[in-house]
Design a protein around this ligand. Structure first.
Ligand SMILES: *Cc1c(COP(=O)(O)O)cnc(C)c1O
Length: 364
């Protein structure tokens, strides 16, 4: 090292917001039944996997991908009920789209509003893009407190509102009328985040033409492509055209474009898997209802939130038995003693229920 080399530290150089962040942590799941991250537990049929192998082998990965991903966008339109005059913007996962929106509105003093508990990335991204963040508490049973949201909107004039529909981590769909009221009263953009759309029978996509300040976001992560990183947002071209300028040119890589396009040609395969997951969600819910001292919350997503006494110890008991779920007990006051399980294969679900019963019995 030269004598003049700087001894500057991150503490001195980085923004306070960055230094104060807690990194999003992903626990080691090696060898465990992985029911913590809302992934689709199923692989693709062998014939489709072979087609993908061929596509990947033939791809010119020495070249940059199609910057506009026009063919992939067409494939997405083909499986999405979307007016031709609405635009689509693609992201490297929908997390990236949340970040783009936040960057676009991040004037000094601008506010991002959401409800709590909800998807943690809204708050995190607000923090590191320099937005003020307002989280309006849900009611005790995780429904939308409309008057509290409207009051907070009047007070903070949010540039951006995010509503997860169904909500993560509670799994429920908020009242559609209440969401419409929020959109109608909003001084800025409202993003309805439909990450779990495949498992719910409701969508705000048809409302895009009614509400010019509405954007609807979806991801393919929960539908079986978590490893590809692909999300999209739909809405009027006036908004999306501006956001396009912020999008880095090759944010969706070539292999993701090709493979996702192929999978969307076989959308029925993915939808059948989603149907299986919905079926198994009902099974899992019934089992949880049947357990003493367990209170599950009804879900329109591919996971179930439940409350149990001694959640920390029960979580650990599950882990010791090879089942990894998500412990939310210490993440928000409304989630005290709450755990969240992703619907897995039938075998994984049975293993989870067995492990849960044993873990609870340790304490009674
Ligand atoms: C999982 C999730 C996302 C992000 O998914 P990506 O993998 O980044 O596409 C967005 N919103 C909610 C509510 C989620 O649960």
């Amino acid at each position: 090292m030269s004598a003049t080399s700087s001894t500057v530290t991150p503490d001195q150089l980085f923004r306070r917001e960055v230094l104060d962040l807690m990194a999003y942590s992903v626990p080691d799941s090696f060898g465990m039944a992985k029911l913590d991250a809302m992934e689709n537990p199923y692989l693709l049929p062998q014939s489709l996997r072979e087609e993908i192998a061929h596509i990947v082998a033939e791809a010119s990965i020495n070249r940059y991908p199609d910057a506009d991903a026009g063919r992939l966008k067409e494939s997405i339109r083909a499986v999405t009920d979307l007016d031709q005059d609405m635009g689509i913007l693609l992201g490297n996962g929908s997390d990236e789209i949340i970040q783009l929106l936040a960057l676009a509105v991040a004037k000094p003093g601008a506010t991002l509003l959401s409800v709590e508990p909800s998807f943690v990335m809204y708050r995190m991204i607000a923090a590191f893009t320099g937005l003020r963040y307002v989280g309006v508490p849900l009611t005790d049973d995780f429904t939308l407190d409309l008057s509290a949201v409207l009051t907070a909107m009047r007070q903070h004039q949010p540039a951006l509102i995010f509503l997860s529909y169904p909500n993560n981590p509670s799994g429920n769909l908020f009242d559609a009328e209440a969401i419409s009221r929020i959109i109608e009263s909003a001084p800025g953009l409202v993003v309805v985040d439909e990450a779990y759309h495949a498992f719910a029978d409701a969508s705000f996509m048809p409302m895009l033409s009614r509400y010019p300040n509405l954007l609807v976001m979806r991801t393919f992560s929960k539908l079986g492509m978590a490893g590809l990183r692909l999300g999209f947002i739909a809405g009027s071209k006036a908004w999306l055209g501006q956001l396009e300028k912020l999008r880095l040119p090759y944010n969706v890589n070539m292999l993701t474009q090709y493979v996702a396009q192929k999978l969307l040609q076989h959308h029925d395969v993915l939808l059948r898997q989603a149907e299986q997951i919905k079926h198994d969600r009902a099974w899992l819910y019934d089992r949880l209802v049947g357990l003493a001292d367990v209170r599950p919350y009804a879900s329109d997503a591919n996971f179930i939130l439940f409350r149990v006494m001694h959640a920390d110890q029960v979580f650990k008991g599950l882990k010791d038995r090879g089942v990894l779920i998500k412990n939310l007990s210490n993440s928000h006051p409304l989630l005290l003693d709450c755990l969240r399980v992703t619907v897995g294969t039938q075998q994984e679900n049975e293993m989870f229920i067995r492990a849960l019963q044993e873990s609870i019995h340790q304490f009674v």
